[in-house]
Design a protein around this ligand. Structure first.
Ligand code: MG
Length: 235
């Protein structure tokens, strides 16, 4: 039987050109600055509380604590990992403190939720943050029912992205890298995913911090607008 290109059916099956994601059955999404816009001030609250925590925990002046926090992030993947390994910090205490933030700037995102809902297969949150924070964010943006699972820093055994060990959970959860796509605003977090064979998409938030230009193999795709990108792909 000859298949005619149906004008009416085109909308149903999505775009016929654009990035090809027809092989993808598992969709891994970072949370912070990926599922909500980086300019809404949510993550900057977390960053301030990370600095506050370092200052309080180590008894440092705030500016010194800020510099140490950045150094720990660079050397250990997350501030928390550095505080745990070098200074014996309690991860539960740290996570509860830094995620105790005001989410009133976040609102339901119907455009994002509609396009997430049409992705075939399972959608999973893959975050260096904690499950409680992820659940609060998902509730605010109205996307909680769209995710099959949340992999948080505890799921990852307190080994954060981009440490290759953090990606062991992909296989442990039974996901095939070649049928998995990963979205993250930190390009560095995508390098290990790409090396494993996943399809990678970088959310460019316009900060030098998130690009890591030239430091590692670039992601397959980049975008400044997640709903627009997801609307453009072939699935
Ligand atoms: Mg992020």
């Amino acid at each position: 039987m000859t298949m005619l290109a149906p004008a009416a059916g085109q909308e149903e099956s999505g775009p016929v050109s654009g990035p090809d994601f027809r092989h993808v059955r598992h969709w891994l999404f970072d949370l912070d600055n990926t599922l909500y816009r980086a300019d809404c001030g949510i993550f900057s609250q977390i960053e301030r509380r990370m600095t506050d925590y370092v200052a309080r925990f180590l008894g440092l002046p705030r500016e010194e604590a800020r510099l140490l926090q950045k150094a720990l992030y660079r050397s250990h993947g997350t501030t928390m990992n550095g505080l745990m390994r070098l200074h014996g910090a309690d991860p539960d205490d740290y996570l509860a403190y830094v995620h105790d933030i005001d989410l009133s700037a976040l609102a339901p995102d119907p455009a994002l939720n509609a396009v997430l809902a049409r992705l075939p297969g399972q959608r999973t949150i893959f975050t260096n943050g904690c499950r409680h924070h992820a659940a609060r964010i998902l509730e605010r943006i109205g996307a909680g029912h769209l995710f099959h699972a949340i992999w948080d820093i505890r799921t990852l055994g307190f080994v954060p992205k981009p440490d290759p060990a953090a990606y062991a959970h992909v296989a442990a959860a039974g996901l095939e890298p070649k049928t998995t796509a990963m979205f993250d605003d930190i390009a560095h977090n995508l390098a290990a995913a790409r090396a494993l064979g996943m399809t990678t998409v970088w959310l460019d938030t316009g900060s030098d911090f998130s690009s890591g230009a030239g430091l590692f193999e670039a992601p397959h795709y980049q975008t400044r607008d997640l709903p627009q990108f997801l609307n453009s792909i072939r699935i």
